[in-house]
Design a protein around this ligand. Sequence first.
Ligand SMILES: [Zn+2]
Ligand SMILES: [Zn+2]
Length: 211
Amino acid sequence: MDVETLEIGLFASNCHIISNDKGDALVVDPGDEGTRIIDALQRRNLKVAYYLITHGHVDHVSALAEVAAALPAPVAMHPLDAKWAFQPVNQMPPYYGTPKAPPSIDRDLDDGQEWTDADLTYRVLFTPGHAPGHVSFYFPDAQALFCGDVLFQGSIGRLDLPGGNVKDMENSLQKLLALPDETVVYTGHGPATTIGQERRTNPFLRSGALG
Ligand SMILES: [Zn+2]
Ligand SMILES: [Zn+2]
């Protein structure tokens, strides 16, 4: 399993391209700069098997319709975020306008589901708190986690946006901390890290840190 991360858009969001050795790919959070994402896929001759969305914020979904139009593949996200992600309520300056919806949401994600796409098996972890329908994707064979805006290197996702919830975030962080220390964590912003490194050094993971 190979991971290429593109830092995109006004909020420096991470779009992750996960691929197998046969050239099939999963695209996590095509949030902006659709042309760059399309170029990155085409340059390596990758065929998209699925678009996987961690959560609905503008900086994670704004290029989804454009990329999926150029390189058609089904889309998976949690219904609690799908219901507002492509509505005017999801406008966030300095982004302008409402993210364009893909032709369809083809798979409703939920906690504990296990899927195999592009020959890669992953588990869906429901991780709300930063957004009500936030999910993370855990690939046990590769010991890799794609956690959107839940956990960052040395930090955690904002809780002050609409739908944010402190108690949910505490539960979600506990769920991620239950993964093995070696798990590589591909975050929604900033560098990758590991569960072990965050367990040892992240000040937001000390008990009571969220109040
Ligand atoms: Zn977010
Ligand atoms: Zn974000």
